[in-house]
Design a protein around this ligand. Structure first.
Ligand SMILES: Nc1ncnc2c1ncn2[C@@H]1O[C@H](COP(=O)(O)OP(=O)(O)OP(=O)(O)O)[C@@H](O)[C@H]1O
Ligand SMILES: [Mg+2]
Length: 220
């Protein structure tokens, strides 16, 4: 299964001030992709297109050979892709458990044992049961980032997209989060796409792109 962009072009208002134009790339299952690029180059914008949250001005996005159009966009967003946002977007007054549970409720997916599924997703990112019932506001930055990742993983979607998932974390926590993304891609056979400004994160990925001079350049 492949996520493909074909001839994708995006600009916010003036077509001549495009962020990128005629981009063609493929993202395969089982691999971690990193996207590097200067602040303001359009990385988050590109991720929003991949996540089906914004429409390209031209070109198509397709998954598993099927173009994502208005008719199947909702299904793509609900069943195929999960996003970890730049600012974690957690409900901070709620516990880690309830944040993940809310995502499950919104998705309307039914699990045989919902509680066990949620606890398992949180355990997978390294959050033990003594932490998951506290308000998220009482967790550290790295722990909050793990909650955001658990929330993206719980529905077991094929594509995980993360915007600066290690932005504010120390080196050790960053390495743990990167290892976790690698495990998700390599062991669970997902497509993982990470935007980062850290070359160490990029170096640990399978494939690295840089958005530079309004073009995606493959680094390896
Ligand atoms: N909603 C919007 N309307 C108009 N312009 C926008 C909008 N969102 C972003 N931009 C502009 O588009 C450009 C790309 O923004 P984007 O957020 O994609 O960059 P980025 O590469 O993710 O940057 P950073 O590394 O700082 O997060 C920037 O110049 C930004 O000011
Ligand atoms: Mg950004």
């Amino acid at each position: 299964m492949t996520l493909k962009v074909e001839n994708i072009t995006y600009y916010y208002s003036n077509p001549e001030d495009y962020l990128f134009k005629d981009v063609n790339e493929s993202f395969e299952k089982g691999k971690v992709y990193s996207i590097l690029g200067q602040s303001g180059s359009g990385k988050t914008t590109f991720l929003s297109i991949l996540a089906g949250l914004d429409k390209p001005k031209a070109g198509t996005l397709s998954f598993d050979g099927q173009a994502i159009k208005s008719s199947n966009l909702t299904s793509y967003r609900k069943k195929t892709v999960s996003t970890v946002f730049q600012a974690y977007n957690l409900l901070t007054y709620m516990s880690a458990y309830d944040n993940v549970k809310t995502a499950v409720k919104i998705s309307a997916v039914k699990f045989d044992d919902e509680k066990a599924t949620i606890v398992e997703a949180l355990a997978k990112v390294g959050l033990s049961e003594d932490l998951i019932y506290k308000p998220v506001s009482k967790l550290s930055g790295g722990q909050q980032q793990r909650v955001a990742i658990a929330r993206a993983l719980v529905l077991n979607h094929d594509i995980i997209i993360a915007d600066e998932p290690t932005g504010n974390l120390d080196e050790e926590t960053t390495n743990q989060i990167v290892d976790l993304f690698k495990k998700i891609a390599h062991e669970d056979n997902k497509i993982v796409i990470i935007v980062t400004h850290e070359s160490e994160v990029a170096a640990a990925s399978d494939i690295v792109f840089t958005l530079k001079h309004r073009k995606f350049e493959r680094e390896n």
